[in-house]
Design a protein around this ligand. Structure first.
Ligand code: 3NM
Ligand code: MG
Length: 497
């Protein structure tokens, strides 16, 4: 597990005291929390003897390894060394960073607690891999906290870090965070322009929850939603190229949508141009809407040109399950290069999965339950290495580790041609501008798109699918502009879980 790729989004810190854990089994709670979407786990146990601690850490490590999630041990560096887990978290009163690093070696993760800018800078300069910032709110989980600094204190530390050139160190906040305050804590803490929190760390909100999986899922949705403005702002700031190789039906609509979301569209189906275009820092959309042998050759060549420079590529396997020609084209594309995102409806994603489904034309129909759709998206994400966006009334987005549901949108999106294709275009702009987390970029594109549709549909000047289209383009542009100015009130409508 490479250190640089750790996702600090939903950081579970365990507690073994009766007051929090009760008589429940810690390993089962951690497993449920991982199913819900926890992205990193810290085993924190101030009471158990060494033998028990090693045994518990080993059991937890077996579980976290299955989920591909790192396990850190709080304070007890010797336990981490013995278990061989991914690292430790040390407080200001624990072993010194340098000593812990000597014991653990360069590849393990060492996180440090900081409650002031001085402590944060010192930890950065020593070489810490991430910072735990707190205490945000007074909490009965940790009664000996030194200072309660609130979201304002977190924001000051983030500002101090970015002005000292430490913008890239991951940070999480801790202390009294739960499902009810996570959204506002993230928004208020991260109001610093150059540096946002990477995640939230919680103990009781998950360990003491009646349903730890549901609690983790809820927190993950909130953390991802909290990053959405960063993505849209990144697009607004860089106007990335959205290179569309798309079908005849949607060329004009897709180009207008790319502009509305803050991208710079180019509709170029001739692959000889792709090598030059790929160098411009944008993203490619490969849309199979009107497949031909010539088109497929162009798609493969362009895919490889973007892969060669590490540029994001979005695959839209339109009508993939409709004909054997399309089913084979999907197979050929998947084996010709790497996709950042694969976006499709249920039949299309099932075809990518390799299921023998037959679609009627390009229309979507749904026969799977939401949990089945989630598990399909996750499997395809794992087998392809792409973020899978499975569209429907409830959309599912998965990178194989994190799986989210988005419940926004409006029925007009299904009554106008090309909305699926233009969602691919929207996501391409997000992926181009926000490389650090393709899943968050995809979710941002999805909620921007669907909430703009909701806003358009209720406008007085919209009387049906025809008048919806121009209003939708207006609202995409309005939501993007509001966000770039820092007004994210629209995000309250986001239903991400
Ligand atoms: N460290 P809860 S606060 C373990 O401020 C821990 O460094 C803190 O528990 C710090 O999520 C804390 O239940 C406890 O409030 C957080
Ligand atoms: Mg400690």
């Amino acid at each position: 597990m490479a250190k640089g790729k750790v996702d600090y989004g939903v950081y579970l810190v365990t507690d073994s005291t009766p007051a929090i854990l009760g008589n429940k089994d810690l390993t089962s709670i951690v497993e449920a929390a991982l199913q819900g979407g926890v992205t990193i786990v810290q085993y924190r146990d101030k009471l158990s003897d060494r033998e028990t601690a090693v045994k518990t850490a080993r059991a937890l490590h077996e579980v976290t390894k299955r989920f591909g999630v790192p396990l850190l041990v709080n304070d007890r560096v010797d336990v981490a060394v013995e278990v061989g887990c991914e690292g430790v978290h040390i407080g200001q009163d624990d072993m010194a960073y340098e000593e812990a690093r000597k014991l653990l070696g360069p590849d393990k993760i060492i996180g440090v607690t900081a409650s002031s800018i001085q402590e944060a800078l010192k930890a950065c300069e020593a070489g810490a891999d991430y910072l735990g910032l707190g205490t945000v709110y007074a909490t009965s989980t940790k009664k000996d906290t030194k200072s309660i600094i609130g979201p304002g204190g977190i924001r000051s530390i983030l500002l101090g870090l970015s002005s000292a050139g430490h913008s890239s160190i991951p940070t999480v906040c801790i202390g009294g965070i739960n499902g009810s305050n996570a959204t506002s804590v993230l928004a208020e803490s991260s109001a610093a322009p150059a540096k946002s929190l990477d995640g939230i760390a919680v103990v009781s909100a998950i360990v003491a929850a009646a349903d730890p999986a549901a609690a983790a899922r809820d927190l993950l949705g909130k953390v991802v939603a909290g990053r959405v403005p960063d993505v849209i702002k990144a697009v607004a700031a860089s106007t990335p190229l959205s290179h569309n190789m798309t079908n005849l039906v949607v060329q004009n609509f897709a180009a207008n949508v790319a502009l509305a979301v803050g991208g710079s569209p180019i509709m170029a189906n001739y692959a000889e141009e792709a090598a030059d275009l790929a160098k411009l820092g944008g993203a490619l959309v490969i849309n199979m809407g009107t497949v031909t042998p010539e088109g497929l050759k162009n798609h493969i060549q362009a895919l490889q040109a973007y892969n060669a420079v590490g540029g994001p590529v979005v695959l839209d396997p339109v009508g993939a399950g409709a004909t054997s020609i399309r089913r084979n084209a999907v197979k050929t594309l998947l084996s010709s290069g790497k996709f950042t995102v694969i976006k499709g409806n249920e039949g299309e994603i099932q075809t990518v999965y390799g299921a023998a489904v037959t679609q009627r034309g390009v229309d979507s129909a749904s026969s799977l339950t939401i949990p089945q759709r989630a598990s399909l998206a996750k499997s395809v994400a794992r087998s392809t290495g792409a973020v899978v966006v499975l569209t429907g009334t409830t959309d599912v987005v998965s990178d194989g580790v994190r799986t989210l549901r988005v419940d926004n949108g409006h029925e007009f999106l299904g009554r106008v041609t090309g909305t699926g294709c233009t969602l691919g275009t929207t996501i391409s702009a997000m992926e181009a501008a926000f490389r650090s987390d393709p899943l968050i970029a995809a979710v941002a594109g999805m909620v921007l798109f669907e909430i703009a549709a909701e806003r358009a549909a209720v406008r007085d000047d919209v009387r049906g699918p025809g008048t919806f289209v121009p209003a939708f383009i207006d609202e995409l542009s309005a939501v993007r502009t509001e966000t770039a100015k820092g007004d994210v009130a629209w995000l309250a409508k986001a239903k991400i879980e």
